[in-house]
Design a protein around this ligand. Sequence first.
Ligand code: A3D
Length: 320
Amino acid sequence: MARPKIALIGAGQIGGTLAHLAALKELGDVILFDIAEGTPQGKALDIAESGPSEGFDATMKGTNDYADIAGADVCIVTAGVPRKPGMSRDDLLGINLKVMKSVGEGIKAHAPDAFVICITNPLDAMVWALQKFSGLPANKVCGMAGVLDSARFRHFLSVEFGVSMKDVTAFVLGGHGDTMVPSVRYSTVAGIPLPDLVKMGWTSQEKLDAIVQRTRDGGAEIVGLLKTGSAFYAPATSAIEMAESYLKDQKRVLPCAAYCDGELGVKDMYVGVPTVIGAGGIEKIVNITLNKEEQEMFDKSVAAVKGLVDACKGIDESLA
Ligand code: A3D
């Protein structure tokens, strides 16, 4: 059986890291696409040359021609621009919306059967637009943010509790922005919910609140340190986790930006929700019940995403 084909649209910081991880995990043959001439070709060759030492079997090809993504099983989209210090993700909307249009058309023409994972910011609005531009079924187009935001939350919690990250589960709901909702009630250490750990005296409410806020600011913290771009190692790892679940039909339960048609009270929008990812794409949205306080935070986050979606409709008439 032929290896799966993985098309990476955008060969920048995240795109290159995605290619390397896909090769190391032998998820399939990789096509790196970018409009910058030489960049995808150079990165593909560099990664291919790590193959003899790593011993992976996967081909790498860099291209500036959409025809090369033909028949891709998975497309991971990072094309566009990242933010710089002082910028919010929302500042990227105008420029990245145009990019989503060309990427959507490229995928529609050459890889209409792919499972598409968007990473380009502002994430929830860009994945919404990408689905419209590509015309692919909504269950085959999703956005990566929740796995990353949850990983940040899990990392900070594991450091606070001094336990293995493997034993910390967490998920973050809502839009991938300042209003995201790290769910304290549904996050655990070895199955013990965080509020119970506060009651047991293992941490304090103040420390937990600070971790929640640090999670919300997780992207900005890295942008502030790097100064020239945004995070790329953990974002790439998170998207690979989603792609692997699709390719291997693992049916992982992962938070991601999925198309909601009434789930959690959200209509015709992409927003971060818990999902099951398997061979059918987004096979299920886990329709959890939120308490009053969580619902308020979630509604605020959904409203922020809606503002960005409306802005997209204002910029591109075909989306209205
Ligand atoms: P960067 O290293 O600049 O790579 C972007 C690449 O896109 C560059 O190589 C560009 O040449 C290429 N590009 C630009 N326009 C086009 C086009 N029309 N078609 C094809 N390629 C194009 O950025 P990056 O890899 O660091 O980040 C990529 C995106 O991911 C940005 O929008 C970031 O804001 C976003 N991001 C999202 C998260 C989430 O958690 C959602 C995290 C980190 C970064």
